[in-house]
Design a protein around this ligand. Structure first.
Ligand SMILES: *Cc1c(COP(=O)(O)O)cnc(C)c1O
Length: 356
């Protein structure tokens, strides 16, 4: 690891968040979503911490192989599906599950000679218009897979919601749920709808398999911030970096590229060894929170590639080598994301490069 900024992950927080999800959806099975290196938290170690989950969700076959080869024996579902006969062979050999979202995949799955049948989740497009089968394609896939020894029967039926995080779009979500229920009713298959936002905001989705990602990592997925509800979820990631300089600057001195922030008085400023190359968002504006020695301080000036500056007024006895917390328990990643005009998902994924 060549970076001074450090990401650490608390496995107890991951487990506590899983327990909260179970309390929310006591009848559901949990597919813990660990794609994108577990949102930057480290896929293998997160999956080990969450071994009580009934399964894991990853983006692609390579991510699934990584978990299997690390010794994880649970079901692992490839959310993006397979792309070739070779990948299909890997799925079958390693007992990996796959999403099927296009009819050509049904064709390959039914035509291939496989060592063992593959677990399939049929993905229905109910309005997201990203991956998924439309109603006609779904009926065709259902009947063709039913006649094939290569598909474990019955498949799980899944869909993905586009606006579950936004209460102003509840009508859109309702329409998606109605389309899904109309197609899946009476087929005797397990179902899967909920991501983190749906789990919290749409109790109807708390059945079958739930597919939380962000909530497991302790970040709040809904558009409306809910500070009280939020506090109960434990952030698993702590992103911190050392102070490499403490400067005494004078009233009128400006800081950093573009000279966008000017000291209103004589004051101490810390230079912290984290920047956008480490995954700290370049668009975080002056005023974004940073914690030093347990005291809240504020980012000042533009974020550089591997440095950022912090206003030390209100921080007693700051020293070179002290640690600045960029996000974790306080400040929370949601707060930094909101300041930077992005979402916690993006910040967590990017900071993962400092996992160490
Ligand atoms: C990423 C993903 C999830 C998890 O989403 P969160 O918002 O992190 O809970 C669930 N389902 C699918 C299909 C996904 O791609």
């Amino acid at each position: 690891m060549t970076r001074l900024a450090r990401v650490s992950v608390d496995p107890a927080a991951l487990r506590a968040n899983l327990a909260r999800i179970r309390a929310l959806a006591p009848r559901a099975r949990v597919l813990a979503v660990v794609k994108a290196n577990a949102y930057g938290h480290g896929a293998v170690s997160v999956a080990r911490a969450l071994e009580a989950a009934e399964g894991f969700g990853v983006a692609n076959v390579a991510e699934a192989v990584q978990l299997r080869e690390a010794g994880l024996a649970q079901p692992i579902l490839v959310l993006g599906g397979f792309r070739s006969d070779e990948e299909l062979g890997v799925l079958s050999r390693l007992e990996l599950w796959t999403v099927v979202h296009q009819l050509w995949q049904v064709e390959r799955l039914t035509a291939c000679a496989l060592p063992a049948p593959v677990g399939v989740w049929l993905k229905i497009d109910t309005g997201m218009h990203r991956l998924g089968l439309d109603a006609g394609e779904f009926r065709e896939a259902w009947s063709r897979l039913g006649a094939s020894p290569n598909c474990r029967w019955p498949p799980v039926l899944m869909t993905h919601l586009a606006c579950a995080d936004d209460p102003h779009r509840n009508a859109f979500t309702e329409a998606q749920l109605r389309r899904f229920e109309a197609l899946s009713r009476d087929l005797g298959a397990q179902t899967s709808i909920a991501n983190s936002a749906a789990l919290l905001a749409h109790p109807r989705t708390r059945s079958g398999w739930v597919r939380p990602g962000l909530l497991l990592y302790g970040a709040w997925p809904l558009a409306d911030a809910a500070p009280q509800g939020q506090a109960a979820w434990r952030p698993a990631m702590r992103f911190a970096a050392p102070i490499v300089a403490v400067r005494r600057l004078h009233a009128g001195d400006s800081i950093g590229y573009g000279a966008t922030w000017t000291c209103p008085t004589d004051m101490d400023v810390a230079v912290v060894a984290a920047g956008y190359a480490d995954g700290y968002p370049r668009h975080a504006p002056s005023g974004s929170p940073v914690l030093i020695g347990g005291h809240r301080a504020r980012l000042v000036g533009r974020v550089s590639m591997d440095m950022l500056s912090v206003d030390l007024r209100g921080v007693p006895h700051p020293r070179v080598g002290d640690e600045a917390v960029l996000w974790g328990q306080d400040p929370r990643v949601e707060e930094v994301a909101a300041r930077a005009g992005t979402i916690p998902y993006e910040l967590l994924c990017h900071a993962g490069r400092c996992l160490g």
